[in-house]
Design a protein around this ligand. Structure first.
Ligand code: CP
Ligand code: NVA
Length: 315
């Protein structure tokens, strides 16, 4: 059973196919969508807040002919201590796929191991792979020649990631950049270097040392094709808010910092954005800010991912 828990769960050739399918689904939206989830129910267990992920999955499942079933963790027995493994076994008897947003990455791995249906990681404290595939697709839409190979257009491009360089988005972008053949330079405060756990995963995937880390924001954005940032206070880190905002303030994406990247660089942010913290309103409003295209593309990319997972042979 194939799952999508981390970027490298698909090989480059498969990612290229997902991007091509996402483009086709985007073009055909509202006209013809293959009902690949017909007569299926896909459950969504969420332990954290969400706007984009929840809505894009619910709409996407519906558009593929399936039935989305949203389960707030606090409303099911998992929230009262039923084991993750039993939850996976029980849900596997009812539904055809599982989309999970949670804190501990081990929880999505356990759901995948214990169940018998595909599991999609909709964000953990460690990784946010649906966002990274969507972001890469959004870049490729701009870089690939019309109708050309989206995946191939990423090769050799440079992304600069600023601010919280030890969060799920930074980890996921490091893994994604290596998979897509991109270069990644991260700038954040001392003490926010990517975690050892990520280094271990990179080594396992054959990507050891596949990123640059600096405390100098200008150095990271030099020659960058994309300037990317994320919220400084991720879900679950609220107790550290004041300290984080103080430490990360030199990494705010201002118009001046954005101008130090390539003249045609794109600004990207997974959203939600906190204006005046990690990014200024001026940058968000820049014509080269593509944040809402990113948000929209969650729908198309995730539909493609679900279609691929749903069509694998089952026991
Ligand atoms: N970018 C993202 O995952 O947004 P939500 O938290 O709103 O789902
Ligand atoms: N790093 C953020 C991403 C939100 C989409 C968080 O985990 O809260």
């Amino acid at each position: 059973m194939k799952h999508f828990l981390k970027e490298t769960d698909f090989k480059p050739r498969e990612v290229a196919e997902i991007f091509a399918l996402a483009r086709e689904l985007k073009q055909k939206r509202g006209r013809h969508t293959p009902p690949v989830l017909q007569h299926q129910t896909w459950a969504m267990i969420f332990s954290k807040s969400s706007t984009r992920t929840r809505v894009s999955f619910e709409v996407g499942i519906h558009e593929l002919g399936g039935n989305p079933l949203f389960l707030n963790k606090g409303d099911i027995q998992l929230g009262r201590g039923e084991t993750v493994a039993d939850t996976a076994r029980v849900l596997s008897r009812f539904v055809h796929g599982l989309i999970v947003r949670t804190f501990d990455h081990a929880e999505v791995e356990e759901l995948a191991r214990a169940g018998s249906i595909p599991v999609i990681n909709a964000l953990t404290d460690f990784l946010h792979p649906c966002q990274i595939y969507t972001d890469a697709f959004t870049m490729a839409e701009r870089w690939a020649p019309k109708g050309g190979d989206l995946f191939a257009s990423l090769k050799g491009r440079k992304i600069a990631f600023l601010g919280d360089t030890a969060c799920n988005m930074a980890n996921s972008w490091i893994l994604g950049a290596n998979l897509f053949g991109m270069k990644i330079s991260l700038a954040g405060p001392k003490g926010f270097e990517p975690p050892k756990e990520l280094d271990a995963l990179l080594a396992k995937e054959g990507f050891a040392g596949g990123y640059e880390f600096t405390t100098d924001a200008r150095e990271a954005v030099r020659d960058a094709d994309v300037v990317y940032t994320d919220v400084w206070v991720s879900m679950g880190k609220e107790a550290e808010a004041a300290e984080r905002i103080k430490t990360m303030s030199p990494y705010a994406v201002t118009a001046e910092l954005f101008a130090a990247a390539k003249p045609d660089a794109w600004f990207m942010h997974c959203l939600p954005a906190y204006v005046g913290k990690e990014v200024t309103q001026e940058v968000l409003d820049n014509p080269r800010s593509i944040i809402f295209d990113q948000a929209e593309n969650r729908l198309h990319t995730q539909k493609a991912i679900m279609a691929v997972l749903a069509q694998q042979p089952r026991a």
